[in-house]
Design a protein around this ligand. Structure first.
Ligand code: NAD
Length: 391
C-alpha cells in the first residue's frame, strides 16, 4: 500500500471540511487551506460530530483531542508543507481549479498525488493544465463526506495506471467504499440517478400522476427511503437542476438527460424546495403539506415500473459503455444514494425480457430517443446471461 500520512485539503466548505474530518479520524496529519477564515467553523463542526458519535457510543472521546491536534490550518496555499496527497474541494470552476493545482505543483514535491472532488468537470480537462497529469485523479466524495461511505475514484486518460487502485485501497483504509469510474459526465451516481428525477417530473408534466402519487409508489413498491419529489425538494432545485443541465450539456444534449420546464420554473420562481419553504411541496415548520394519496395498486405499479426501468436502462447502458464494473455500478447506487438494491441485480430479478419489453413499450409509445433501450438489454436477453455477471 502507498504511504499516505500527510495530506492537505484545499477548500474548507461543506465538502472540504467533511474530508478533513474523515482523513484526520483515519490518523493522517491534515493541513487545511481556504481563502476565507473558516478555521473556527471547521474545528467547531468536527468537535460537534465527534461529540455526537461519542454520545452514541460510536467514538472514543479520549481520541478527539488527538484528532483535532492532527489538523493544522495554513494561511497560504504556497505554504502547505510537502504532502503525500492533496484533495481539492474549492468552487466548481475549471480555471480556478487549474490555477490552484498549478500553484500546488510549483510548491509540492513531484511525488505528491493531487486529487479533485469535482462533481461535473472532467478529470482530463483539469489535468490538461497540469505539468504532471499522471499524478492527478478524481476523488469524488458524497455529501456529507463524514457520513456517506461512497467515493468515486476517477482516473483521467493521463493518470498513472496504478493510482486508481492505490487510492481505492487508501479510501478503504479510511473506512470508505471506493468505486472506480470512467472519466465521463456525472461519473456513476450523477449519471445513473438522472431518471429518478427526470422521469418522475415528466409523468407529472404529462398529467399521469401527482408528486404525492409518485413518491408513494416509489416508497411503497420500490422501498426507496424518499420519493423523487421529496428528494428533489430536499436536495434543492437549484442544485438538482444544475446537475441535470450540466450532465445534459456534457452529453451533447442527449434527450435521455433533458432538463424539464417544471423544474426550471421552480428555480426561476425561487421555489428551491425545503430550504425556501416551497418546492413541489409547501413546507410548514419543516413538514411537507402533501395531499393524501388514494389507494390505486395499478397506478402505483405503472409509476414504479416506468421510473425503475428507466433507472435500470441507465445503469445497464453505463455497463455497456464500461463506465464501471457491474459490482461498482451497484455499489455506487446503494452506497452513494441509498437505493434499496443495486440496479443491475434488480434488473436480473426482473429478468431481461421484462426490462426489454418495458423499454420497448415506452420507446414505441413516444418514439423518442430518450427511451432507446441499451443494446446490452437485447444482448443479455439473447445470450441468456445476467446483467450483474461478475462477482
Ligand atoms: N456539495 C455537494 O453536495 C458536493 C458533493 C460532491 C462534490 N462536490 C464538489 O466539491 C467542491 C466543493 O463544493 P462544496 O459544496 O464544498 O462548496 P462550498 O461552497 O461549500 O465550499 C467551497 C470552499 O471554497 C472556498 N473558496 C471560495 N473561493 C475560492 C477560491 N477562489 N479559491 C479557493 N477556494 C475558494 C470557499 O471559501 C469555501 O470554503 C466542488 O467542486 C463541488 O462540485 C460538492
Amino acid at each position: 500500500m502507498i504511504k499516505i500520512e500527510k495530506i492537505a485539503v484545499v477548500g474548507a466548505g461543506s465538502m472540504g471540511s467533511g474530508i478533513v474530518e474523515v482523513a484526520s479520524k483515519a490518523g493522517c496529519k491534515v493541513f487545511v487551506w481556504d481563502p476565507n477564515p473558516a478555521q473556527e467553523q471547521l474545528f467547531k463542526s468536527i468537535t460537534k460530530h465527534l461529540d455526537k458519535l461519542a454520545e452514541k457510543g460510536k467514538w472514543d472521546s479520549n481520541k478527539s483531542q488527538e484528532v483535532l491536534n492532527s489538523i493544522q490550518w495554513i494561511d497560504r496555499l504556497e505554504s502547505i508543507p510537502p504532502c503525500d496527497l492533496i484533495i481539492e474541494a474549492i468552487p466548481e470552476k475549471l480555471e480556478l481549479k487549474v490555477n490552484t493545482f498549478q500553484t500546488l505543483e510549483a510548491h509540492q514535491p513531484e511525488t505528491t498525488i493531487l486529487a479533485s472532488n469535482t462533481s461535473s468537470l472532467s478529470i482530463a480537462g483539469i489535468a490538461g493544465g497540469l505539468a504532471k497529469p499522471q499524478r492527478f485523479l478524481g476523488l469524488h466524495f458524497f455529501n456529507p463526506a463524514f457520513i456517506m461511505p461512497l467515493v468515486e475514484v476517477v482516473p483521467g486518460i493521463a493518470t498513472q495506471a496504478t493510482l486508481a487502485d492505490e487510492l481505492s485501497e487508501l479510501m478503504r483504509a479510511w473506512g470508505k467504499i471506493p468505486v472506480v469510474a470512467k472519466d465521463t459526465p456525472g461519473f456513476i451516481v450523477n449519471r445513473v440517478a438522472r431518471p429518478f428525477y427526470g422521469e418522475a417530473i415528466r409523468m407529472v408534466e404529462e398529467g399521469i400522476a401527482t408528486p404525492e402519487e409518485i413518491d408513494h409508489a416509489m416508497k411503497s413498491l420500490g422501498g426507496f427511503k424518499m420519493g423523487p419529489f421529496e428528494l428533489m425538494d430536499f436536495i434543492g432545485h437549484d442544485v438538482n437542476f444544475a446537475v441535470t443541465e450540466s450532465v445534459y450539456a456534457a452529453f451533447w444534449n442527449d434527450p435521455r438527460y433533458k432538463p424539464s420546464f417544471a423544474q426550471k420554473r421552480l428555480v426561476e420562481a425561487g421555489r428551491l424546495g425545503r430550504k425556501s419553504g416551497q418546492g413541489f411541496y409547501t413546507y410548514v415548520d419543516g413538514q411537507a403539506q402533501n395531499q393524501a394519496v388514494t389507494e390505486n395498486p395499478q397506478r402505483d405499479q405503472r409509476i414504479f415500473e416506468r421510473i425503475l426501468v428507466m433507472l435500470m436502462n441507465e445503469a445497464i447502458d453505463a455497463r455497456f459503455w464500461n463506465i464501471a464494473s457491474a459490482k461498482d455500478l451497484d455499489l455506487a447506487m446503494t452506497k452513494g444514494v441509498n437505493y434499496p438494491k443495486g440496479l443491475l441485480q434488480w434488473a436480473d430479478e426482473w429478468g431481461a425480457q421484462k426490462v426489454y419489453d418495458l423499454m420497448l413499450g415506452l420507446h414505441q409509445r413516444y418514439n423518442e430517443d430518450r427511451y432507446r433501450p441499451s443494446p446490452l438489454i437485447a444482448d443479455t436477453l439473447h445470450s441468456q446471461t445476467n446483467f450483474y455477471n461478475e462477482l
